[in-house]
Design a protein around this ligand. Structure first.
Ligand SMILES: [Zn+2]
Length: 395
């Protein structure tokens, strides 16, 4: 994860949205195919793969500003929920909002993601918590794919227990027998996700749900060990999950087995920061043990209202002791691995999709170092510009 294979004075040839050649500018510029190409001059700047934000709750209701203030004043999560806030307030907002309104908001967010350098984003359902609202969220995510960046859908039916159900087991039964088959039949999601933690679902419930999803062709991924490790890492390994996400509270004994598995550890420092907590995931121990680590925003209105991957890199370096190179790898190629898309996305190599960003820095380490500002001047998806800061860079 420390090897970025940087090409100083490099050039890249793009044709039909794919990278056809990459290497020293002297060589690439002299290729016969390069002579008729349109040239983009990025002299003195860093060009790197676009961010693959592999964990977001893209389509959601309004900001939870009252929750934010209440938390700053010291109110607990259960007090906030009892006064009408928390995840169920987002659920109520999502259920009552029209698809058109939700889609318009998510479209603006995708444009802002592109401005901040993301070229692919995962989008989870999980704020509807009943069949019509979950399908509404998944259909919106599908409609937004390519508008302007790629959107990969995850069904997070088992996000929280909705008020219509008093038993989590009965709710999981309902998801397995009623909702999952519809999601699979209509091909509305590539992945199934479940929140396995205190106050959410148990390992047994998560196991049952993920096995049922897998039988229907949905690949498993997991939220867990955010507050307490119920055994989520072992479960992720057992069901061959693509990724296990959060891990702030991971049992240290599970780090080695995770490192020896193919499961990606996706870390979400934005939520730790926003909640004012101090326990970040043990990125250093995970990487040193040989685990593959990805970084994502966890963009959502309750715990991580940022869609800026650059801020996530800064947090990863300053709070989780990741080196800038490791953070770049975690936010690009490892994010693509966490979505099973690494053969096409996540790095700049011949044969891969031309998803790249131009940064207003001369050294990639400035990206996490100079935090809280947007360094992206232009974002390209399949070789085409999809976002640009015109005042800085006119191409
Ligand atoms: Zn999440």
């Amino acid at each position: 994860m420390r090897d970025l294979s940087i090409i100083e004075g490099g050039a890249m040839l793009v044709e039909d949205g794919c990278i056809t050649n990459i290497g020293p500018a002297r060589r690439v510029e002299n290729l016969r195919e390069a002579r008729s190409a349109d040239e983009i001059d990025a002299s003195g700047r860093v060009v790197m793969p676009g961010f693959v934000d592999s964990h977001t709750h893209l389509v959601h209701g309004p900001a939870r500003l009252a929750d934010y203030e209440a938390r700053i004043e010291g109110r607990t999560y259960s007090e906030i929920a009892a006064s009408g806030g928390g995840i169920l307030s987002t659920m109520r907002a999502v259920r009552s909002a029209t698809a058109r309104r939700l889609e318009a908001n998510a479209r603006l967010d995708l444009a802002r993601m592109a401005e901040h350098g993301a070229t692919t984003a995962e989008a989870k359902s999980g704020y509807g918590l009943d069949e019509p609202s979950e399908l509404k969220l998944l259909k919106i995510a599908a409609a937004l794919d390519g508008q302007p960046i790629e959107v990969v859908s995850t069904f997070l039916g088992a996000h929280a227990l909705p008020p219509e159900f008093t038993s989590a087991d009965t709710f999981i039964d309902h998801l397995i027998s009623v909702v999952l088959p519809v999601v699979a039949k209509r091909r509305l999601a590539r992945f199934a996700d479940v929140y396995c933690d205190d106050g959410a679902f148990t390992v047994l419930q998560a196991h049952r749900y993920l096995l049922a999803a897998h039988r229907l062709g949905l690949l498993p991924r997991l939220h867990g060990a955010q507050h307490r490790d119920l055994g989520v890492t072992r479960l992720a390994i057992e069901v061959s999950a693509v990724s296990v996400d959060h891990l702030e509270a991971i049992n240290p004994c599970d780090i080695r087995p995770l490192a020896q598995s193919d499961v990606m550890a996706t870390l979400l420092p934005g939520s730790v920061f926003h909640l004012g907590l101090t326990r970040y995931a043990p990125a250093r121990a995970l990487i040193d043990a040989g685990a593959a680590v990805a970084l994502a925003t966890d963009y959502n209105p309750g715990t991580s209202p940022t869609l800026n991957m650059q801020m996530v890199l800064s947090l990863a370096c300053a709070q989780m002791h990741m080196l800038p190179a490791e953070a770049v790898v975690a936010a690009t190629i490892n994010g693509a691995c966490a979505l099973g898309l690494n053969s096409r996305l996540g790095s700049l190599e011949a044969g891969k999709q031309a998803d790249f960003i131009v940064l207003d820095v001369a050294d990639y380490r400035e990206l996490p170092y100079c935090f809280g500002v947007n360094h992206v001047v232009k974002t390209f998806k399949r070789g085409m510009p999809v976002a640009a800061r015109k005042e800085l860079f006119s191409l």
